[in-house]
Design a protein around this ligand. Structure first.
Ligand code: ATP
Ligand code: MG
Length: 562
C-alpha cells in the first residue's frame, strides 16, 4: 500500500484516500484526473483543482490523467486545448502518456446508451424543450411522465439509431435515462443523456451528430480510465446519485470511481467564471486571456507569478466542503514570500526627476559592484554606473516636507542606495513652477560607508545614472474590480464594477543597465517599489516591465502617481 510522501496538512479528501488505502478498497491505487472542458482558458480556480488532483496522485505515488471533457462541440476550440496543456505544464505537473478526451469514448458512450435502451432504462423523448421543462416539475412538486416514456424498446432503438444517422434536426429528440419523475432530486427525473448537435467536433470532425451529456459521459470516462477518486466541485453533489446510477446500471461494480466534492475557489476582487472572463476578453476590457490583470493561469504567468507560489497558495488555502471567498491578499502574500528569497535587487525609477551632483566631475563614471541580494551571495553581483547626472523618483523629493519625511529635501542629506550621501542645494524650476532638476553636492567619503564624523543620515533612496540607464515602460497593476465580490453584484453587470485604474502605465521609467538582457522568467525587486519582470511585449529597443506585486499591500495608491 502507498503512503504519503510527506506529511502535508490533513484535509477530508486525504482522509478518504487514507481510509481507502487502509481498507484496501482500490488495492492501494490512487488515480485521479483533471477534466477541463476546452471552452476557455484556465483560471486560478482550475489551478486549485490541478494542484489537488495532480498533487494527490504525486503524494500517494499514484497517477493523474489530463482529460478533455469535450462533449459539446459548439463551444470547444483547439486554441483552448493548447493553452490548457501549457498551463498544466507551467504549474509543474505532468500527465505523461495519459492525455485523454471524452471524445475518445464516443463509440463506448453510444454502445452503453443502446445497452440502457435495451434494458428499458432509457428512452427517446420527443417533447420540445419547453414541454420537458413543464413536465419536470419543481423543487416542491414532482414531475410527471412524458407521453413518450413508455415507448417500446424496439421503437427507442430505431429512433436512437436514426438520430445517430442524422435523420432528425437538432432539438427534435433527445435520449433520457428512465429513472424517477417523482424523485425529490430533480437530477434524477429522467435526465438527458444524448442530444442532437449537427456540429463539427474538434477531434471527431463530422463523424457524430449526437453528443452525450456531461453527467452521463463523465462517470463512464472515469470508470473506463479506472479512476479511483473523482474530485469535483460542490455543485455536483446533487448529481452524485446519478453518477452512481449510471455505473450501477452499466455493470461497473466496486471498486469503481467515487465522486468527491469540494468547495470551489473564489478569490476576492476578481471572478472565476469562464463565461465572464470570456466577456472581459471579447468586450476588450482587457488585452486578452493573458492580460496580467486576469485571474487566468496564463495571466498569472505573464504577470510574473512564480508557479511555486501558486502551488503554495493552493496548498495553504486547503480543501473544504464549505464555500468561501479567499482574500486576494493571500495569493499575493505567497508570491511575495517566494520572490523575497529569489529575486535579485535592482534599481529602477518609475517617475524620474533629474539631479545634478555639482561637485562630481563631468565625464567621470564610477562602477559600483552591488550584490543582487542582501542575504544570498549566491545570486552574485552586478555593476551599477554612477555619474554626475542621475535620476531619482519624483516622490522622493519634497520642497516642504512634513515631519518624519526622510527622503530628499532642500538642504537635507540623503543616501543614494549603494552609493554616496548627497545634499540638495538648489531647486531649478521652469516658467510654470515645475521642477526641472535638483542641484546637489556629495560627500566623497561616503561611498558605501558611513560618514566619519558620526552624523546620521536616515533616508535611503533609489536612483539611476541618467546617461547609463535604459528607458522603460513599467506597467503597474491594481485590482481588476472595485468590489470584493464582482461575481455576485446586486445591481447591473460585473463589468460596471471594473476598476478604471487597474492598469497604470509609467511610460518614462528608467532602469539600471543590468536589466538590458532580462528575460520574462527572471523576476527582480526594484528596490523600494516591488517585484517586476519583463513583459512579452519587451524588446531591446523598448523594455517593458510588469509589476508582479508590490512590496506591501498598496491598493489604490498608484493612480496618484500617473
Ligand atoms: P464550465 O463547466 O461552466 O465551463 P468550469 O469552470 O466548471 O466551467 P471545467 O473545464 O468544467 O470548467 O473545469 C475543470 C475542472 O476544474 C472541474 O473538475 C471543475 O470542478 C474544476 N473547477 C472549475 N472551477 C473551479 C474553481 N473555481 N475552484 C476549484 N475547482 C474548479
Ligand atoms: Mg464544468
Amino acid at each position: 500500500m502507498s503512503t504519503p510522501e510527506k506529511k502535508p496538512g490533513s484535509n477530508f479528501i486525504r482522509t478518504i484516500v487514507n481510509e481507502d488505502n487502509a481498507s484496501g478498497k482500490h488495492a492501494g491505487r490512487v488515480h485521479t484526473r483533471f477534466p477541463p472542458e476546452p471552452n476557455g482558458y484556465l483560471h486560478v480556480g482550475h489551478a486549485k483543482s490541478i494542484c489537488l488532483n495532480f498533487g494527490l496522485a504525486k503524494e500517494y505515488q499514484g497517477l493523474c490523467n489530463l482529460r478533455f471533457d469535450d462533449t459539446n462541440p459548439v463551444s470547444e476550440d483547439p486554441e483552448f486545448v493548447k493553452s490548457i496543456q501549457a498551463d498544466v505544464k507551467w504549474l509543474g505537473f505532468d500527465w505523461e502518456d495519459r492525455l485523454f478526451h471524452a471524445s475518445d469514448y464516443f463509440q463506448q458512450f453510444y454502445d452503453y446508451a443502446e445497452q440502457l435502451i435495451k434494458a428499458g432504462k432509457a428512452y427517446v423523448e420527443s417533447l420540445s424543450a419547453d414541454e420537458i421543462r413543464t413536465y419536470r416539475g419543481t423543487l416542491t412538486e414532482p414531475g410527471k411522465p412524458s407521453p413518450y416514456r413508455d415507448r417500446s424498446v424496439a421503437e427507442n432503438l430505431d429512433l436512437f439509431r436514426r438520430m445517430k444517422a442524422g435523420e432528425f434536426a437538432d432539438g427534435t429528440h433527445i435520449v433520457r435515462a428512465k429513472i424517477d419523475m417523482a424523485s425529490p432530486n430533480i437530477n434524477m427525473r429522467d435526465p438527458a443523456i444524448y442530444r442532437i448537435r449537427k456540429a463539427e467536433h474538434h477531434t471527431t470532425g463530422n463523424a457524430w451528430c449526437i453528443y452525450p451529456m456531461y453527467d452521463y459521459a463523465h462517470c463512464i470516462s472515469d470508470a473506463l480510465e479506472k479512476i479511483t477518486h473523482s474530485i469535483c466541485t460542490l455543485e455536483f453533489e446533487d448529481h452524485r446519485p446519478l453518477y452512481d446510477w449510471f455505473l450501477d446500471q452499466l455493470g461497473f461494480h466496486q471498486p469503481r470511481p467515487q465522486q468527491i466534492e469540494f468547495a470551489r475557489l473564489d478569490l476576492s476582487y476578481t471572478i472565476t467564471s469562464k463565461r465572464k472572463l470570456k466577456a472581459l476578453v471579447e468586450e476588450q476590457h482587457v488585452s486578452g486571456w493573458d492580460d496580467p490583470r486576469m485571474p487566468t493561469i496564463s495571466g498569472m504567468r505573464r504577470r510574473g507569478y512564480p508557479p511555486a507560489a501558486v502551488r503554495d497558495f493552493c496548498e495553504r488555502i486547503g480543501v473544504a466542503k464549505a464555500a468561501n471567498i479567499v482574500d486576494m491578499g493571500v495569493l499575493e502574500f505567497c508570491v511575495r514570500e517566494d520572490l523575497e528569497k529569489r529575486a535579485g535587487r535592482v534599481l529602477g525609477v518609475l517617475n524620474p526627476i533629474k539631479i545634478v551632483i555639482e561637485d562630481y566631475p563631468e565625464g567621470k563614471v564610477e562602477t559600483i559592484e552591488a550584490p543582487f541580494h542582501p542575504q544570498d551571495p549566491t545570486l552574485g553581483t552586478r555593476q551599477v554606473p554612477f555619474s554626475r547626472e542621475l535620476y531619482i523618483e519624483a516622490d522622493d523629493f519634497m520642497e516642504e516636507a512634513p515631519k518624519g519625511y526622510f527622503r530628499m529635501v532642500p538642504g537635507g542629506e540623503v543616501r543614494l542606495r549603494n552609493a554616496y550621501i548627497v545634499k540638495c542645494k538648489e531647486v531649478i524650476k521652469d516658467a510654470h513652477g515645475a521642477i526641472v532638476e535638483l542641484r546637489c553636492s556629495h560627500d566623497p567619503e561616503t561611498l558605501g560607508k558611513n560618514p566619519t564624523d558620526g552624523r546620521k543620515v536616515k533616508g535611503i533612496i533609489h536612483w539611476v545614472s541618467a546617461s547609463h540607464s535604459l528607458p522603460a515602460e513599467v506597467r503597474l497593476y491594481d485590482r481588476l474590480y472595485t468590489v470584493a465580490n464582482p461575481g455576485n453584484v446586486k445591481d447591473g453587470e460585473h463589468t460596471d464594477y471594473l476598476n478604471p485604474s487597474s492598469l497604470v502605465v509609467m511610460a518614462k521609467a528608467r532602469v539600471e543597465p543590468s536589466l538590458r538582457t532580462a528575460t520574462p522568467d527572471q523576476r527582480f525587486q526594484f528596490e523600494r517599489l516591488g517585484y517586476f519582470c519583463t513583459d512579452r511585449d519587451s524588446t531591446p529597443e523598448k523594455l517593458v516591465f510588469n509589476r508582479v506585486v508590490s512590496l506591501r499591500d498598496t491598493y489604490g495608491k498608484d493612480q496618484q502617481k500617473s
